[in-house]
Write a protein that binds this ligand. Structure first.
Ligand code: LLP
Length: 429
C-alpha cells in the first residue's frame, strides 16, 4: 500500500489534504507518508521471516532525520556511504553497531570516524581499500570489522546508470578473486576482522530473476568463506524495484496490479519466497540494504503550475519544481506519474510536456504525456518521489531546496524548512 488517495475530490496523504499543505508550506514541497514507510518495513521484515536477518536501510535514498527516526523506531539498521550519512544516523538516534559502510571511495577521515563510532562492518570494494582500513585501524589500536563486496557479474537488467553487478562496473571485487583476497587478508592484515561478504547488483530491479541468479552464483562462495573464515553475515544488498506507472491506482488496488509491461511482477512476498529457502540453509545472518522499496512510493513532490505555453509543436505546462528538485527524469529517463491534487471530474486528457523553470532542455518531468488538464495556479503531485528525490536535489540555478513534510495519520509535521536566500550563500566569502 501507499498513503496517497483522493478523498472528497482532493489528493490526500493519509488523512491530510495535500492542497492545504501546499497552501501552508508553499511549493515545491516534498510530502512523505510515515505509515507507508512503516508498512513497507514490516512487509519486508515478514517476507524474510524464515531466515535470521537485519534490514539496513540505504540512507542515500532519503536521509531526512525524521525519516531515519521512523526507521530507528522500527529497529532498522543503516547502510551508509559517507561520514555525512553516519552523522545523520547518529543524530537520528541510530545505533552505529547496526551500521554498514559501503562505497568505493571512503576517505581515511571517514574510515577513522566510523571506526571510532564502532560500526558493524566496512563493506570494502578493493584490496587497496582493505589495506588502508587495516592501516587506519592499526594506528587507532583497533580491529576493523569488514566484508568485501563481491561483483558477481550478473546482469540486473535495469538502467545502465544504476546497474552495479557486472564486471565492467566500478563496484566490488571480481568473483574469482575473492577467496585469495580473503586468504591474504587473514594472513597479512592483523587489524582486519573478516566478518561477512557483501553484494549489490543494481537498483530498481523489477524481476526476481537477477536476485536468484546472483544468490545462486554466490552462495557456494559464501559457504566456502564461512567455513574458512568463520563469517557471520552475508549482505545481499538492496535493489528491490517499485511501481512508478499508475502508482496512485496501485495504492488502492494493491501494489502490483497496475504495472507497465516492463515492470515485471516482483512482489516482496515473491522475493522472500524465492530467496529465503536459498539463504536459510547457509546458516548465516542475512543483511538487506533496501532504499527505494522502503521510501520510494511513500513520497510525492507537490508542484504548482505557473504557466501554460502553447507552441506550434507542443503544449508546455511550466511548473515551479525543476530538475534541481527531482533529477530522476533527466538523469535516468525516470518515469513519475503526474496527478492533479484536485481530482479530475472527467476522463478528458491533453497531451503535454510538464517542464520546470531551469535553463536546460533536459528539465522536464514528462514529454508528450496524456494528462488531465490542469491550469496555472493549480498543483500536481509527482508520485513515487520519496527515494532519490530530495536526496539528489541541488541548488542549481540558485534555487533554494524545497521543504519536506512528514505525515502520520492526521498529523503533518514540517521536517525540513524551505531554504532561504541567505541559506544559498551561507559559507561563501
Ligand atoms: N546498497 C548499495 C551498495 C547501493 O549502492 C544501493 C544503491 C543500495 C544498497 C540501495 O538500493 P535500492 O534498494 O534503493 O535500489 N539514484 C538512483 C538509484 C541509485 C542507487 C544507488 N545505490 C535512482 O534514482 O534510480
Amino acid at each position: 500500500m501507499h498513503g496517497f488517495s483522493y478523498q472528497h475530490g482532493s489528493l490526500h496523504c493519509e488523512q491530510v489534504d495535500l492542497k492545504e499543505l501546499a497552501a501552508t508550506h508553499g511549493t515545491p514541497l516534498y510530502v512523505y507518508s510515515g505509515g507507508t514507510i512503516i508498512d513497507h518495513f514490516k512487509r519486508l521484515d515478514a517476507a524474510l521471516g524464515g531466515v535470521p536477518h537485519e534490514i539496513a536501510y540505504a540512507v542515500k535514498a532519503n536521509s531526512n532525520l525524521s525519516v531515519l527516526r521512523l526507521l530507528v523506531a522500527q529497529g532498522a539498521g543503516f547502510d551508509i556511504v559517507s561520514g555525512g550519512e553516519l552523522f545523520r544516523v547518529l543524530k537520528a538516534g541510530g545505533d552505529p553497531a547496526h551500521c554498514t559502510f559501503a562505497g568505493v571511495g571512503k576517505t581515511r577521515g571517514e574510515i577513522a570516524y566510523a571506526l571510532d563510532q564502532g560500526i558493524y562492518s566496512f563493506n570494502v570494494e578493493s584490496e587497496e581499500e582493505l589495506r588502508a582500513l587495516n592501516q587506519v585501524a592499526g594506528e587507532m589500536g583497533l580491529v576493523a570489522p569488514a566484508a568485501v563486496r563481491v561483483n558477481p557479474n550478473v546482469d540486473a537488467k535495469t538502467h545502465h546508470y544504476i546497474s552495479t553487478g557486472k564486471s565492467g562496473n566500478k563496484f566490488g571485487v571480481d568473483f574469482e578473486a575473492i577467496p585469495d583476497l580473503y586468504a591474504r587478508a587473514a594472513r597479512d592484515l592483523p587489524n582486519i576482522r573478516l566478518r561477512g561478504l557483501q553484494m549489490h547488483i543494481g537498483s530498481q530491479l523489477t524481476s526476481v530473476a537477477p536476485f536468484i541468479e546472483a544468490v545462486d552464483k554466490v552462495a557456494p562462495l559464501v559457504r566456502q568463506l564461512k567455513h574458512a573464515h568463520d563469517l557471520e553475515f552475508w549482505s545481499i544488498g538492496g535493489g528491490i524495484g517499485i511501481v512508478y506507472q499508475n502508482a496512485l491506482d496501485s495504492g488502492a488496488a494493491g501494489w502490483w496490479q497496475h504495472r507497465r509491461p516492463d515492470e515485471l511482477p516482483l512482489t516482496i512476498e515473491r522475493y522472500g519466497r524465492e530467496l529465503v529457502p536459498r539463504l536459510a540453509e547457509l546458516g548465516l545472518k542475512i543483511l538487506l540494504e533496501p532504499g527505494r522499496y522502503l521510501v520510494g512510493n511513500a513520497g510525492v513532490l507537490v508542484t504548482r503550475c505557473l504557466y501554460e505555453k502553447k507552441g506550434v509543436a507542443k503544449t508546455f505546462k511550466i511548473v515551479d519544481a525543476g530538475m534541481n528538485d527531482l533529477i530522476r527524469p533527466a538523469l535516468y529517463q525516470g518515469y513519475h506519474e503526474i496527478v492533479p491534487l484536485a481530482q479530475p471530474a472527467t476522463a478528458a486528457r491533453v497531451v503535454v510536456d510538464v517542464v520546470g523553470p531551469i535553463c536546460e532542455s533536459g528539465d522536464f518531468f514528462c514529454q508528450d504525456r496524456a494528462l488531465p488538464d490542469f491550469q496555472p495556479g493549480e498543483c500536481v503531485a509527482l508520485m513515487s518521489a520519496g527515494a532519490y528525490g530530495f536526496a539528489m536535489a541541488s541548488n542549481y540555478n540558485s534555487r533554494p531546496l524545497a521543504a519536506e513534510v512528514l505525515v502520520e495519520g492526521a498529523t503533518a509535521t514540517l521536517v525540513r524548512q524551505r531554504q532561504t536566500l541567505d541559506d544559498l550563500i551561507a559559507g561563501e566569502l
